[in-house]
Ligand binder design. Structure first.
Ligand SMILES: [Zn+2]
Length: 156
């Protein structure tokens, strides 16, 4: 792995990929992206030279023109594939900060509270002893944000 390589994968690590270069990053407000990501919008970045380095995604044909790839073991959304190319879920990148969105698309379906999310109050460490205790007790099973020789590293 070089410093320049762009890698990513699903939460459980069954599916890993490498990308030669990233293109335009966007957030899509359409109802299909909301549903496919289980979220407020779909964060996607155009990918050139996408290769699967471990496992393969399962695909759901979400419309006549689009297939969406995801990990069948853990459910992580991974791709948006259409005739013109492929886009990758930004959160699935090992370094999602490398894909800063530059445009929003399909604003007609934008959730009405979206433009206020950044004004929400923060719950910070120390505000909730029970939440802090819960967080301290977490033993993550998420694949690390880098390629691994062996998977799974830990079988439970
Ligand atoms: Zn997975």
């Amino acid at each position: 792995m070089t410093a320049a390589s762009i890698n990513g994968g699903c939460q459980c690590g069954a599916v890993r990929f490498r990308i030669a270069s990233l293109g335009r990053a966007s957030i899509c407000h359409c109802r299909m992206c909301q549903k496919a990501f289980g979220s407020f919008f779909g964060p996607l970045v155009t990918a050139t030279g996408l290769e699967w380095t471990r496992g393969r995604p399962t695909r759901f044909q979400s419309s006549n023109v689009v297939e969406r790839g995801f990990c069948e073991k853990c459910g992580t959304p991974l791709t948006y594939e259409y005739e013109g190319g492929v886009e990758v879920a930004i959160g699935a990148l090992d370094e999602p900060a490398r894909a800063a969105p530059v445009i929003q698309v399909n604003p007609a379906d934008m959730l009405p509270f979206f433009d206020r999310l950044h004004t929400l109050p923060f719950r910070r460490q120390g505000d909730s002893p029970s939440a802090d205790a819960f967080k301290r007790a977490i033993i993550g099973h998420q694949h690390p944000d880098h390629d691994t020789e062996n998977w799974p590293e830990k079988q439970s």
